[in-house]
Design a protein around this ligand. Structure first.
Ligand code: CP3
Length: 344
């Protein structure tokens, strides 16, 4: 295994002081990159995920083109429901569709906790190839969806602003919901351990829909399972928990033993630090839509953001995924400004 030449992200997650702030962008491998769009024309989404050479090429694109301090595996959170036995389609411009979602106890018969080497071995193969091709340039982030966010898609069957059917499932059939959440958790733990064994240097858990739940429901339906995953992984690799909109629980998320907490732009750096305490690294929180502003404006806003977070225990990132219509030079301006300003 090669030694990392740039380990700013890993040192920052461990709470060490670094020469400058590390920077990467959620969903950095994707549709805003012309080089991605070329491969997107030739192969279907899951072909791109399942072919290690394609997943590796896409993973490396933002490292080469935008200069980020970490690579994130090209894959999707929905490969987990797929491995658990559900059909998942990704329809261009429509997003994910699960044609036979989970609604009743009968549907649970179709769901299993799979052998991850058999069902998700292609991800581990991709990670091994990516590590070779990165050759120690930057660390590799592995990831999975948090159980609540995965349940949202398994039950609702498609994207939603409210995930009302997923919530109704939890409120009306709580026993069934908890059974499903535990199955997702067990699969995710085995899957993430496999990612680390294959070479992932750190892990991010995406709870994109955590903020749809009240603080009490977030604890019962989401954080309870996130806690199990962090406990199972944290001695093998630092874990970053990104529960969008769930800022009310930053203290409880810090107490899981996560090394890092992702935050969105709806909370100030100062409040986030107050809630999270000083024993965890914060990551975020640039509004992705602000990358559509003129470059001088982006620079001004990035400087303000990193000065508000300060030098310690901070990873610069967006508050959610990059938008497909962001010009590449705007993404590069974001990354370059973090590098310049935090080295001063
Ligand atoms: O660059 C990276 O961050 C790595 C790859 C990655 C993808 N999806 C690739 C992808 C990651 C980390 C994800 C996570 C993911 N997938 C999340 C959590 C993060 C978030 O944004 O909230 C969620 C909720 C999904 C589910 C998903 N996958 C949706 C809703 C969609 C369609 C809408 C969209 O954002 O594009 C996808 C498809 C998807 N996953 C694309 C990519 C590059 C676009 C596919 C394409 O059209 O080419």
């Amino acid at each position: 295994m090669s030694i990392l030449k740039n380990d700013l992200l890993l040192r920052t997650l461990r709470g060490e002081k670094t020469e400058r702030t590390p920077v990467w962008m959620m969903r950095q491998a994707g549709r805003y990159l012309p080089e991605y769009l070329v491969l997107r024309k030739q192969y279907s989404f899951f072909e791109r995920c399942q072919t290690p050479e394609l997943a590796a090429a896409i993973t490396l694109q933002p490292v080469d083109i935008v200069g980020v301090d970490a690579a994130i595996l090209f894959s999707d959170i929905l490969v987990v429901p797929q491995a658990m036995g559900l059909e998942v389609q990704l329809i261009e411009s429509k997003g994910p569709i699960l044609p036979d979602p989970i609604k009743t106890v009968k549907d649970l018969i179709r769901v299993r906790v799979p052998n991850v080497d058999e069902t998700l071995g292609y991800v581990f193969d991709a990670i091994k190839l990516i590590k070779q091709e990165l050759n120690g340039r930057v660390p590799l982030i592995g990831f999975a969806g948090a159980p609540w966010t995965i349940l949202c898609y398994m039950v609702q069957g498609k994207g939603s602003k409210t995930f009302d059917e997923a919530k109704a499932f939890c409120y009306m059939q709580p026993e069934l919901a908890h059974q499903l959440l535990q199955m997702i958790t067990d699969t995710t733990i085995a899957y993430l351990k496999g990612q680390v064994a294959a070479g992932a240097d750190t892990i991010q858990l995406f709870d994109s829909w955590g903020g749809l739940l009240s603080p009490d429901d977030f604890e019962n339906i989401s954080l309870k399972y996130i806690r199990q995953i962090v406990a199972a992984l944290k001695d093998e690799a630092p874990v970053i928990v990104f529960a969008k909109g769930a800022w009310h629980s930053l203290d409880a998320m810090a107490a899981t033993g996560a090394a890092g907490l992702g935050i969105d732009w709806c909370i100030s750096p100062k409040m986030a630090r107050q809630f999270a305490g000083d024993k965890v690294t914060l990551q975020g929180n640039f509004d992705p839509a602000k990358l559509l502003s003129p470059i001088p404006e982006i620079k001004k806003e990035v400087k303000a953001m990193i000065n508000a977070f300060g030098r310690d225990r901070y990873v610069a990132n967006l508050g959610h995924g990059i938008l497909p219509n962001v010009p590449v030079d705007h993404a590069r301006a974001f990354v370059d400004t973090v590098k310049e300003e935090s080295s001063k």
